[in-house]
Design a protein around this ligand. Structure first.
Ligand code: ATP
Length: 221
């Protein structure tokens, strides 16, 4: 039975990374007693439009954003891979590398509700736990989930983060985080309109965006 503190994994497009992502990672680490959070920027995400900034820029912005936090680390493999990145192969790689230490896939409640669209999504539960960030006062309720997801979660929902140490995979634990209505799309829209993104993302990321003239035109152009 695993004893070691679990490792959190935060995948995303990070186009660009912002304080919503950073608080998600920080609050997950505290609430779920994680050893660390690995940030995994996507290369070419399979479920959505191509990112605006290329993978090398998004990787560098995450590197700048997490610098100085000893509990955060960067996993560049998906961003540096040629084809579309899928989470199941990433988890298989990390499971093999971490030798049985539990992994906790972190995500916002919005992303969790759409889990059925992920490639080989049912296998996720064999490879990792899932930590879902919710707004205070909102639990994850199977009655509000798509039926297949609710069925897959039956018997997996746990209130106690200790459940993440007691098994190597397969539990779903919600944790509340400070609500921050920041999204990368909102930031891209602000930047394209020539508006300030200051205080919504780390200063170093803002400076990087300026230096490299990223997000100067609206999405889709
Ligand atoms: P976009 O606006 O382009 O869809 P995003 O800001 O949602 O992007 P992603 O890279 O798609 O960023 O998200 C990565 C993860 O971070 C997802 O699990 C998402 O739910 C979570 N997340 C994003 N923004 C926030 C936020 N403000 N608060 C909590 N979680 C967030």
């Amino acid at each position: 039975m695993p004893e070691a503190a679990p490792i959190g994994l935060l995948g995303g497009t990070f186009d660009p990374v912002h304080h919503g992502h950073l608080r998600l990672a920080e609050e997950a680490r505290e609430a779920l007693a994680l050893q660390e959070v690995r940030w995994i920027p996507a290369g070419q995400p399979p479920h959505r439009q191509p990112p605006r900034a290329d993978a090398a820029h998004r990787l560098e912005m995450v590197r700048l954003a997490i610098a100085g936090n000893p509990h955060f680390a960067l996993d560049a493999a998906e961003a540096q891979a040629a084809g579309p990145g899928y989470t199941v192969p990433t988890l298989e790689r990390l499971c093999a590398a971490e030798g049985g230490r539990p992994l906790v896939l972190l995500m916002g409640a919005d992303v969790f509700r759409g889990l059925e669209a992920w490639h080989r999504w049912r296998e996720l539960f064999d490879l990792a736990h899932i930590g879902v960030a919710t707004r205070p006062g909102f639990a994850i309720d199977p009655a509000d989930m798509p039926p297949d997801l609710a069925a897959a979660c039956r018997g997996r929902l746990a209130d106690d983060p200790g459940a993440l140490r007691a098994a190597s995979a397969g539990r779903v634990v919600a944790f509340t985080m400070t609500p921050l209505a920041i999204s990368a799309s909102l930031l891209r829209a602000r930047l394209a309109a020539g508006l300030s993104a200051r205080y919504l993302l780390p200063d170093a990321v803002g400076e990087y965006i300026q230096t490299h003239r990223l997000y100067r035109s609206p999405d889709g152009r």
